[in-house]
Design a protein around this ligand. Structure first.
Ligand code: SAH
Length: 338
């Protein structure tokens, strides 16, 4: 049985029409989904007869909260269960501009970045669009607060699950549903170049973040296997093109690893690489993952790195490492609970 949530509005209208259910019922059902109803029985205004009929044709499955770790800074890290028992993580964060949720796009990840916990067991499966929407609804309702920003920066590589991620964007952006502005969404990728181009054409309003983590092809290959498939040159020209095409700045995520990519030379090389591009660099001291043997750079080195970039005209911020006390780095909570 197909889950009623796994449709875009238009698709659901069609599916209901095929059952002989009038179109206005779709709006009611979508309303219940967006409000976080847990079952067909919650959809009070449909009436018992219709509920019976619909529940014989469509399932109503949910994403459930399994475990929550709360940090003193307001960050909440969620372990969420999918109906098949697979688990992913999401992180709720409070910022001055509002609440933000970091959501996962896959169970596990195939990209193999050397410093990342999400990829250790490989990719188990792609998440469906409705499961990503379900992450949002489950966390919003647990937190009891509105969430107006989303970052696709949890477990998984969004561009390795392109179709479902786009369907999710359509669902959450829908004005009859949650109606979240695409401009309040950031997608982070390790750099699948052809998809960067496609996405820039199809969703120019969504913010793009690139996980760069190195300033040379050689060093990037050592940290991120994806660099073997798409070179630094190809990646950089795709990013320049993206910034021009969309008129929006590209964010570069740069995880600082002690003694690896936190040197002055790296900062200078990085500034050359990004010169003249509409961009911003987010510097994040590595969250240590036991299995990787790598350590994060000190606050002082991170600040020094930032100053070098700024002096060369590249805007950069050292990100607060939120929720460090609760294993907020990607994939750590899930791994401990497998
Ligand atoms: N696959 C996507 C999105 C998920 S990873 C991507 O690569 O962008 C989200 C971000 O967290 C990426 O920038 C990733 O490189 C970074 N990251 C992964 N493990 C980390 C760790 N242990 N410490 C700090 N950042 C990490």
């Amino acid at each position: 049985m197909e889950n009623i949530k796994n449709f875009t509005r238009e698709e659901r209208k069609e599916a209901l029409k095929a059952l002989g259910v009038p179109a206005f019922r779709e709006k009611q059902i979508f309303g219940w989904i967006s409000k976080g109803a847990k079952s067909w029985l919650d959809c009070k205004n449909l009436g018992a007869g219709l509920i019976q009929k619909l529940s014989e044709s469509f399932s109503w499955e949910n994403v459930d909260v399994d475990l929550v770790q709360e940090s003193t800074d307001g960050t909440k890290k969620f372990l969420l269960s999918m109906p098949d028992g697979n688990k992913v993580e999401a992180v709720f964060m409070k910022y001055s501009y509002g609440n933000s949720l970091c959501i996962s796009t896959q169970v596990g990840c195939a990209m193999g970045c050397r410093f990342c916990a999400s990829t250790i067991g490989g990719r188990i499966r792609n998440l469906k669009a409705w499961e990503m929407l379900g992450e949002y609804i489950a966390c919003r309702d647990y937190a009891g607060e509105p969430i107006n920003h989303i970052v696709l920066m949890g477990m998984g590589e969004p561009f390795d699950n392109y179709e479902e991620v786009c369907r999710f964007l359509d669902m959450i952006h829908d004005e009859e549903g949650i109606n979240l502005s695409l401009r309040n969404i950031t997608l982070s990728t390790c750099g699948l170049v052809p998809k960067i181009k496609q996405f820039g054409d199809e969703y120019p309003q969504v913010n793009l973040a690139i996980s760069l983590h190195a300033s040379s092809q050689e060093e990037r290959e050592k940290l991120m296997p994806v660099a073997n498939a798409y070179s630094m040159d190809e990646l950089m020209s795709a990013c320049r093109e993206h910034a021009k095409k969309t008129g929006r700045r590209v964010t570069f995520e740069f995880t600082l690893i002690e003694g690896r990519n936190d040197t002055e030379e790296t900062a200078i090389a990085l500034s050359k690489l990004l010169k003249g591009m509409l961009c911003h660099v987010n510097l994040i001291p590595l969250n240590p993952v036991t299995e990787t043997g790598m350590t994060g750079t000190s606050r002082k080195s991170a600040e020094n790195f930032r100053q070098i970039l700024e002096s060369k005209g590249i805007p950069a911020t050292v990100r607060r490492s939120m929720g460090r006390d609760i294993d907020a780095a990607c994939g750590q909570l899930r791994k401990k609970n497998m």
